[in-house]
Design a protein around this ligand. Structure first.
Ligand SMILES: [Zn+2]
Length: 353
């Protein structure tokens, strides 16, 4: 998340970066969204020991090019492999402000890589460079979201490794973007380096030649049914609004799962995280290059941003564990329900091709 967008957010509105002229096509996105019902929301147990171990491993300064960055990159690959994902690294070099040429690496884990479509869950793992704060940790930004993704995979592993494995209709993709943070000032150019690279790579037209004739295969990016992007999570009592009309049904599922878990006494406190309302604006983030390629986006970013955002206080001491536990419980049920109920392709795209 960029400083620019933050300043705009705290000017009293959410950041107003409209990235596509979406309105004209929104009427096309009716009826195909899976709706949650209050079933199956209590059968998955927490694994807090795993969450804490995972967060400890990620919560180090990890500016692109630093030893901590390499360490976390390696940890993500090992963790994904250990959880039964096929792990890949999308490595590239790019010149950036302040540092010059840096090596970036998105880390992507997939179950059912040959499935027709994917549910993609994403966060960024780099931490922001502050010249005067080499120890900046970025606990909410985005060490906790990364730990949530791995913990979701861990707590659902009984399902993912048995019943879900070898499905052809849908696969699960975990994306850990590199280089989300600006090195100098947040602009379209100085931000989201990793997601720009990965979106471009996935949007390449793949040709295959099965019988002497070239055929145009679907672009891999078009196989992503929805990109669920987590960011700025871990502070007390976060609020998540719905940012995109075409994924509003999925956002409503989160609202309903939270409600069901609360009624069942499975959540701590009384804060409703998922608000059944449209946001008043958009927040610029790693989803931008995917949105520009017509990928449906479910943006789970706390607004207002945590008050520790981009300060030395964004550390473990200021995390709010009941809020994190609650998020984990709602989110793992959401992922489970999406995959469990999936039978045929879900098309939430603004523009149908
Ligand atoms: Zn940030």
């Amino acid at each position: 998340m960029g400083i620019g967008s933050k300043l705009m957010a705290f000017a009293g509105l959410l950041c107003m970066l409209l990235l596509l002229p979406l309105a004209a096509s929104q009427a096309q996105t009716q009826q195909q969204q899976p709706q949650a019902r209050a079933v199956g929301v209590t059968q998955w147990s927490d694994d807090e020991a795993h969450f804490n171990r995972t967060l400890d491993s990620i919560l180090v300064p990890r500016v692109v090019g630093s030893p901590g960055h390499q360490q976390v990159r390696d940890y993500l690959v090992q963790s994904l492999s250990g959880l039964g994902f096929q792990a890949e690294v999308d490595e590239f070099k790019q010149r950036v402000p302040v540092f010059g040429e840096l090596t970036f690496a998105n880390v992507v884990g997939t179950i059912n890589p040959h499935a027709q479509n994917f549910l993609a869950l994403a966060c960024h793992y780099d931490s922001k460079y502050f010249p005067n704060d080499p120890g900046f940790l970025g606990a909410t930004d985005s060490a906790v979201p990364c730990a949530i993704l791995l913990n979701t995979a861990k707590t659902l592993s009984g399902y993912l490794q048995k019943e879900f494995r070898n499905r052809n209709d849908v696969g699960l993709m975990l994306i850990f973007f590199d280089g989300e943070e600006a090195f100098k000032d947040w602009t379209d150019a100085d931000s989201v380096y990793g997601s720009k690279h990965l979106a471009k790579k996935l949007a390449q037209v793949v040709r295959k030649d099965p019988a002497g004739q070239f055929q145009q295969a679907p672009r891999n990016i078009d196989r992503i049914e929805v990109l669920v992007l987590l960011d700025l999570i871990g502070a007390r009592n976060p609020k998540f609004s719905s940012f995109y009309e075409n994924t509003h049904g999925l956002h409503t599922s989160l609202v309903q799962i939270e409600k069901s878990l609360r009624s069942a006494g499975q959540l701590e406190g009384n804060n409703n995280m998922f608000l059944n309302r449209a946001s008043g604006g958009l927040v610029d983030d790693d989803h931008r290059p995917f949105l520009e390629e017509n990928v449906p986006i479910l943006h789970l970013v706390a607004t207002p941003f945590p008050d520790v955002w981009h300060t030395p206080r964004d550390n473990a001491a200021n995390l709010h564990w009941p809020s994190i536990r609650n998020f984990n419980r709602v989110f793992r049920n959401f992922v489970y329900q999406y995959l469990k109920r999936h039978t045929s392709p879900v098309n939430l795209r603004f523009y149908r091709t």
